[in-house]
Design a protein around this ligand. Structure first.
Ligand SMILES: [Zn+2]
Length: 246
């Protein structure tokens, strides 16, 4: 079979045997796929640093009729995110972006808005050397593009408008609830966090300045969006707890 070519973002890699790597990547034209990079674990290999988490690459692969895994022939770096990839705190942010992408992207299905969202998010983590605002933006948009963003202005149970009051969310609840309907263990999303969601919906991430006043709203909105992702995919995000340690 002839080789195919796609612009791609590396999502994750795993060791495969002594010498190879299993690579999960999100191709701009191919969608999310898995492939084998033969010899990628050898000291001298032709992939170099291209297979780092969330690297932006040009990738050539061959499909094999009988297997799910493609064979990766060649990979070239288009854009380096070295600063973020080599910093512990920043790489925890990247790990969450990677896990959410693996979770929400269907296989073999191109998704241009998600591709652009991923690139913008990683570029901003690299440029600003902080994951807080980019990760909030990414989680919010992943939920919105997935089509399961709840109404942010009223209670999902009784319909009461929140106005300036707090709203409540949890990983077991698809909607936002009011003070009266909330259950024990739910977390708070204040008005400022809901206002930040409105800004995210209309302004580009790289145009929003991360001032100190946005810290709490960004954290609350991020927690809410990650909860909705867990609720929607019916599974906990493993990398999420790492954020609390950075
Ligand atoms: Zn209510």
């Amino acid at each position: 079979m002839p080789a195919r070519e796609t612009e791609a973002i590396i999502l994750k890699t795993f060791s495969l045997g002594e010498a190879d790597r299993l690579v999960s990547f999100f191709g701009r034209s191919s969608g999310r796929m898995r492939g084998v990079a033969a010899g990628a674990r050898r000291l001298k290999n032709r992939y170099g640093s291209t297979l780092e988490v969330l690297s932006h690459v040009q990738l050539w692969y061959v499909e094999r009729e009988t297997r799910d895994l493609v064979r990766i022939q060649q990979c070239e770096l288009l854009e380096s995110f070295h600063k973020a990839q080599s910093d512990y705190a920043l790489s925890t942010g990247l790990a969450v972006v990677s896990e959410v992408s693996e979770r929400v992207l269907p296989e073999h299905e191109a998704a241009e808005p998600m591709f652009r969202l991923l690139l913008l998010t990683v570029r901003e983590i690299e440029r600003t050397a902080a994951w807080q605002l980019p990760l909030s933006y990414f989680a919010f948009w992943a939920v919105r593009l997935g089509g399961y963003l709840p109404q942010l202005d009223r209670c999902a149970k009784c319909g009461t408008l929140f106005d300036e009051h707090a709203a409540f969310h949890a990983p077991w609840e698809p909607g936002l609830l009011c003070e009266k309907c909330k259950r024990p263990g739910m977390r708070t999303l204040h008005e400022e966090g809901r206002k930040l969601a409105e800004r995210f919906a209309t302004e580009r991430l790289d145009k929003i300045e991360f001032v100190a006043a946005l810290e709490r709203p960004a954290a609350e909105l991020r927690e809410a969006a990650l909860n909705w992702i867990e609720q929607h995919t019916e599974k906990q995000l493993q990398t999420r707890k790492l954020l609390e340690t950075t």
